[in-house]
Design a protein around this ligand. Structure first.
Ligand code: SAH
Ligand code: SF4
Ligand code: F3S
Length: 450
């Protein structure tokens, strides 16, 4: 009798680090149901798309991929397609998916743990598509399985959801209200990862600075950092995102004090005009932001400060935009992600009348990038001919003779070296600094710190 072949799955992840971490859980869940990871689409019996709706372009990528998969599925009608993540939370997306008829299972951000059961339902073929999305989060479900992290770096959720309702942002609508994990669960997860060989963790939350609100123990993010910093065998701790409004001096001091915590704060400014910041509902002014920058630079030696910036928010005038350019010049971000404002149905800003035309948004994005890239390049050049501490993450995708890693300040460093150095902390001398990458070399015969 022919043995039943093992079923294979593939995951496709869009969006932010939260989604990457969720994909690890999704993979863990389907592996527990007996699936094994496939190495190609051809081999896969199940494809799970973990989607993002932060901007129109993110959704478009997913629709493009579904178009591709539709052709694929014609030859392979038994293949299941499941779609989860932030897009699944939105009514209009689910309506569209029903009409498209490609997706077999739709699950949301709050009920990942139900996926195996939903897949079984789809396999039974009674319903198509099987849709189960919760509008609100239930309690935090702990102890879900997760695919082992492949690399030396892993993401760890410390909280879920967001209460900030920045007027442009869909995330509070797709991820629900803010909930913090119990510190014991976080510490246990990090310890488990270290046992599996992970050297660096990134603590994740939409606003890690508000960690602990609602927990019984009176504990905040600064306290949590100090606790994680005690874990032996862990080389580095990163965290993202830090909302400037909640960035306390206590936290800045903790970052400075904790030896494993990297000197990098991602504190998105978003815009440099107080009028626009207010319309965005960000809860701080440029003056307050500049005070924070001074405080961080005075307290945390060598700190890198990075940002997200949006151009073309409704009502943004040329003068407002120039104020953003001026702030970028004043702060001198080590790097920044820059975006054109994208109206999201259901958010307050989407209903504002004075939408900025696409051509103007494009032009502003180019001007902003020109200024920001120049600053990033200059900051990187300061490191030329200096030794920097690099945690080696892996071999370069394009050249197996080369390794890639990051500095504590989150700069990517590429240098020649053998595979045996992956996972090591090294001193690398920077030889050439470009806008996004440093090229370096190992000092002869030495360099290994650990
Ligand atoms: N919680 C994080 C990240 C949220 S999404 C934070 O507060 O920083 C990541 C970034 O996407 C945001 O910082 C913002 O710059 C950008 N973004 C969010 N909604 C957007 C929209 N509608 N249009 C353009 N950019 C957006
Ligand atoms: Fe969106 Fe603002 Fe929450 Fe970040 S803090 S996820 S930008 S609402
Ligand atoms: Fe996208 Fe959802 Fe993250 S909208 S940015 S995947 S929280």
């Amino acid at each position: 009798m022919k043995e039943k072949a093992v079923k294979k799955y593939l995951t496709l992840t869009y969006g932010c680090q939260m989604n990457e971490r969720d994909t690890a859980t999704i993979a863990g869940l389907v592996e527990r149901s007996g699936y094994q990871e496939a190495s190609s689409f051809e081999e896969a019996d199940l494809i799970v798309l973990n989607t993002c709706s932060v901007r129109h372009s993110a959704e478009n990528k997913v629709y493009g991929k579904l178009g591709e998969l539709k052709r694929f599925k014609q030859d392979k009608p038994d293949m299941l397609i499941a779609l989860g993540g932030c897009m699944a939370q939105l009514d209009e997306v689910r309506d569209k998916l029903k009409k498209m008829g490609i997706v077999d299972v739709v699950f949301g951000t709050h009920n990942l743990h139900e996926l195996p059961y939903l897949l079984e339902k789809a396999e039974a073929g009674l319903e198509r598509p099987v849709i189960d999305v919760w509008a609100e989060a239930g309690g935090i479900v702990e102890n879900l399985p997760a695919r082992r992290p492949g690399g030396i770096s892993a993401f760890v959720n410390i909280m879920f959801g967001c209460n900030n309702f920045c007027s442009y942002c869909i995330v509070p609508h797709t991820r629900g209200r803010e909930r913090s994990r119990h510190p014991d669960d976080i510490l246990a997860e990090v310890e488990g990862l270290v046992e599996q060989g992970v050297k660096e963790v990134t603590l994740l939350g939409q606003n890690v600075n508000s960690y602990g609100r609602g927990l019984e123990s009176k504990l905040d993010f600064a306290d949590l950092l100090r606790m994680v910093n005690q874990i032996d065998g862990l080389y580095r701790i990163r965290f993202t995102t830090s909302h400037p409004r909640d960035l306390s001096d206590k936290l800045i001091q903790a970052i400075a004090d904790c030896s494993r915590v990297c000197e990098h704060v991602h504190a998105p400014l978003q815009a440099g005009s107080n009028r626009i910041l207010q319309a965005m509902n960000r809860g701080y002014t440029c003056e307050e932001y500049l005070r924070l920058v001074r405080q961080m630079r005075a307290t945390i030696p060598g700190v890198a400060i990075t940002s997200d910036l949006i151009v073309g928010f409704p009502g943004e005038s040329e003068e407002d935009f120039r104020a953003t350019l001026a702030m970028v010049e004043k702060v001198r971000f080590d790097s920044a992600f820059t975006f054109m404002y994208s109206p999201r149905t259901g958010t307050r800003a989407a209903d504002l009348k004075e939408q900025v035309p696409l051509e103007i948004k494009k032009e502003r994005l180019l001007r902003l990038n020109e200024v920001q890239y120049q600053i990033a390049r200059e900051a990187n050049r300061q490191l030329e001919n200096q030794a920097v501490e690099v945690l080696v993450e892996g071999q370069s995708k394009t050249d197996s003779e080369r390794l890639t890693g990051r500095t504590r300040t989150n700069r990517i460093v590429v240098f020649e070296g053998g595979k045996h150095l992956v996972g090591k902390l090294l001193q690398v001398v920077v030889r050439e600094a470009r806008t996004f990458t440093l090229y370096g070399e190992l000092p002869k015969g030495e360099g290994a710190l650990r």
